[in-house]
Design a protein around this ligand. Sequence first.
Ligand SMILES: [Zn+2]
Length: 105
Amino acid sequence: MSEDELCLTCGLPGDLCICEEIAKEEQIIRVGIETRRYGKKYTLVTGIDPDEVDLGALAKQLKTKLACGGTSKEGRIELQGDHRYKIKQLLEDFGFPGSNIEVQF
Ligand SMILES: [Zn+2]
């Protein structure tokens, strides 16, 4: 979309279009827990739009902050261990609105 073209969604010129920001604020991030073989726990983060957020980079930062292993694939981040008590604050530090982060306990 060029700058003098009007956005079909919000009706604003391209350079003022707010759709992307709204999309970010509307993303609901879900944090859950999965227990696998031998009782190993994994923290799963889903709902982040991989088109807008570099999931690989985010996973790397989370792994560093939480000092754990993990992967990101197909729009979700998996972290080894149960990090539900810490992860919401970390995601907020990365700029996700806390009201949009649902942690399942
Ligand atoms: Zn727009």
